[in-house]
Design a protein around this ligand. Structure first.
Ligand SMILES: [Zn+2]
Ligand SMILES: [Zn+2]
Length: 280
């Protein structure tokens, strides 16, 4: 029997995320997948800054789950929430996708992630149509859609749903006319249905979630037996003083509370370069 055989999972989405999530979840967990579109998820924040996301990525996903359960009466809900920016240490674009699942019967939450540089997240300010076309080609237009504004990232009106060259040129000319400097602000559309690369990353995060679901507690058999704690203190190879590197993982069953410790998941000693004593 599959892990969610006979159970319904609800997804609150208006950006067609079910296109990638539904087949993965139905085939591998046996669930019945339903999409709830009665709530406008853009109210919780948009990538285009008209509505700022007020809460963290995880909190926003939790809000969507709550709303999905309320509207559908399903006991299982799933939500996806993405963020885009720069890599924490380098000037490369970065995408973090979270796919969160909540089981109301068990009051249990678990998530899968995708984290990486596979994104076209970018923008351009220009007065030059040829430059605009080159940018569009670079980011994968027209499969990946664009958003345009006059002047800068706050300019209005916002031209969305730009998915062919005719619309693109029309919007570009409108924006240039409305802009006092002549500048047009062009950016990649990060909504899932407008961005196949993001859609693929949501699929990767969903698959990551499904893999976590399929770890079962060795005592009671509950799904989602996972790492709940990472304990630091791997001893230095030179002086044996505990470092900040991982000493062990702790797995814990949400249902029967059984725990398993996995010692030395990344080696038995820390290189002296991570030691506060040998390499302060
Ligand atoms: Zn258990
Ligand atoms: Zn040392």
């Amino acid at each position: 029997m599959k892990v969610f055989e006979g159970r319904t999972i609800v997804l609150l989405s208006k950006h067609n995320k079910e296109a990638v999530m539904q087949p993965l979840l139905e085939s591998q967990t046996g669930c019945h997948f339903v999409v709830e579109k009665r709530f406008d998820t853009d109210k919780l924040g948009t990538f285009t800054r008209e509505i700022q996301r007020k809460k963290s990525q995880l909190e926003t996903a939790r809000q969507k789950i709550k709303m999905g359960i309320k509207l559908s009466k399903a006991q299982l809900a799933i939500a996806s929430e993405g963020s885009f920016g720069s890599h924490p240490l380098a000037p490369i674009p970065w995408n973090l996708e979270i796919v969160l699942l909540y089981d109301k019967n068990e009051d249990f939450e678990i998530f899968g992630i995708y984290e990486g540089a596979d994104t076209n997240f970018d923008h351009l300010v220009t007065q030059d149509w040829q430059e605009a076309l080159d940018f569009a080609r670079k980011i994968g237009f027209p499969d990946h859609w664009l958003i345009l504004r006059p002047e800068n990232e706050k300019g209005k009106p916002v031209y969305k749903d730009i998915f062919d060259v005719t619309r693109f040129e029309e919007a570009f000319l409108h924006c240039a006319k409305k802009s006092s400097s002549g500048n047009v602000f062009i950016e990649t559309d990060m909504r899932a249905h407008a961005n196949p690369t993001r859609m693929k990353n949501i699929g990767t995060a969903t698959q990551n979630l499904i893999e976590k679901l399929h770890n079962f507690c060795p005592i009671c058999g509950a799904y989602g037996f996972m790492i709940t704690d990472v304990i630091k203190g791997l001893p230095c190879e030179m002086c044996s003083i505990p470092s900040d590197l991982t000493l062990k993982y702790v797995y814990r069953c949400y249902k029967c509370k059984h725990t398993v410790e996995q010692l030395h998941p990344k080696g038995t000693t820390a290189s002296a370069q991570y030691c506060h004593y040998c390499n302060p």
